[in-house]
Write a protein that binds this ligand. Structure first.
Ligand code: ATP
Ligand code: MG
Length: 418
């Protein structure tokens, strides 16, 4: 099944708002076997919205829009699309009651503002998509040729709720009627270069991958390998993807840390939990990012003890016990200091494992011996401390992100050993 997306809003065209809605919708619909074949963004202008929707309907007959359903005068999506379908707007008592109740529950007294009453106006013959997260209801409009437009609100939180609760089930029911699907599966790797991955998967040729398309998607987390199947029935597609995923795991071995949206930090926490290991961190150039990645995962408190942002040399010495001699002799970005930071963090917190990061994130501060991107990473566990040097590419943000990902991966690989 093919669907087109139209995101609506002047702020999107101006670049003030990044269009996260389109990406989110595509990601949520892909597992159903839906193909988003075109995305467009238009401003808050009735005639432009109407033209974009008419063209999309003519091509695929299936369109999702976001934005412009609000109560203000710049919100023109509803009347513009109603006109495309030749429908009048009518006051929907149920929506009005819902909006009234929402206002009352928020402690609002007095009559509902006229602009919010406008939100209860829906095109004749429309199906209302309930908004449990805000005032603007979504709308599903269909014509006698079964061509449809689903209008969702622009506010990302409201849009996501309505998509999951109202739209995904409807689209899933429609896809049921389709004989073939497009389906993908993503395996996440880190620590292996894109070209090395491609070589491992293609030499010798892997039969299980022959009927799949393979995409290599490098990013700061590592390289994602996405397998896609087109034009098969749902069960056959899943079977082919399962075979392909097993082959990729076999070929890449410990390079794969997860699938789909898996976060390496969550994988590491789970491995620590099963071994009853607790983590502490000592961070210089990443300034707390490693701690933030770990503690962003709900339930991390049974594994993460804490750590030190030891940016200045004095703090490395006083809070982590790094000998000042080492700092003088080798510099803060060195094997010896990284190791001493990790050992110090472990000693002083009583954690089973400590990770340390010290490096040059740039853009300044590099030298010939230690260019920007040079990072020493250390892990101290079970009485032994190991350090590794990496030279990461990218700007300051990317170097810091890659350093954190690499530190997490050092621990994952250590824990994955039988
Ligand atoms: P509201 O009831 O808030 O007016 P609405 O359906 O009219 O909802 P918009 O007015 O178009 O939605 O957008 C509301 C806010 O949602 C915008 O300020 C913008 O920050 C955000 N937004 C809109 N469209 C998108 C999008 N495609 N991606 C991310 N954010 C968006
Ligand atoms: Mg609005």
């Amino acid at each position: 099944m093919q669907i087109e997306l139209i995101t609506i809003g002047d702020e999107l065209l101006l670049g003030f708002t990044i269009d996260t809605n389109a990406a989110h919708i595509a990601r949520q619909l892909a597992p159903l076997g839906v193909e988003i074949v075109r995305r467009a963004t238009v401003g808050d202008d009735s005639s432009v919205i109407a033209a974009a929707v008419s063209e999309a309907l003519a091509r695929t007959g299936a369109v999702i829009t976001t934005g412009g359903l609000g109560p203000t005068s710049d919100d023109v999506t509803r009347p513009a699309i109603a006109a495309v379908f030749g429908r009048e707007l009518r006051l929907d008592d149920e929506i009005l009651a819902r909006i009234t109740a929402l206002f009352e529950s928020r402690g609002y007294k007095g009559p509902i503002p006229p602009s919010n009453i406008v939100q209860a106006m829906v095109p004749e013959g429309a199906v209302v998509l309930v908004n449990r997260h805000g005032t603007a209801p979504g709308i599903w409009l269909e014509d006698d040729q079964r061509r449809w437009v689903a209008m969702l609100p622009g506010v990302p939180r409201e849009m996501r709720g309505m998509l999951a609760e109202e739209l995904v089930p409807r689209v899933a029911a429609l896809v049921e009627g389709y004989p073939v699907v497009v389906r993908s599966r993503t395996l996440r790797s880190t620590g292996i270069a894109e070209s090395a991955i491609a070589d491992k998967l293609t030499t010798p040729a892997e039969a299980a991958l022959a009927r799949l398309s393979v995409a290599y998607l490098p990013g700061a987390d590592g390289v994602d390998v996405r397998l896609t199947v087109r034009g098969l029935a749902s069960s056959a597609a899943d079977e082919l993807l399962a075979g392909g995923a097993a082959a990729v795991r076999e070929r890449l071995g410990s390079g794969i840390y997860g699938e789909e949206e898996d976060d390496l930090a969550a994988v590491v926490l789970e491995l620590c939990r099963s071994r009853k290991w607790r983590i502490s961190v000592a961070e210089s150039c990443t300034g707390g990012l490693l701690g933030a990645r770990l503690t962003a995962i709900p339930g991390s408190s049974d594994v993460v003890l804490g750590g030190v942002i030891a940016y200045a040399d004095d703090i490395k010495a006083s809070l982590l016990g790094v000998p000042p001699d080492l700092l003088r002799e080798h510099g803060a970005v060195s094997e010896a200091v990284a190791a001493a930071m990790a050992a110090g963090a472990r000693d002083r917190t009583g954690a089973e494992v400590a990770l340390a990061i010290t490096g040059i994130a740039g853009p300044g501060g590099g030298s010939e011996a230690k260019p920007v991107g040079t990072v020493w990473l250390a892990m101290s566990a079970g009485g032994k401390t190991s350090s590794l040097k990496r030279i990461f590419v990218g700007d300051r943000g990317e170097i810091r992100h890659r350093a954190v990902q690499f530190a997490l991966d050092m621990l994952r690989r250590e824990l994955a050993e039988p």
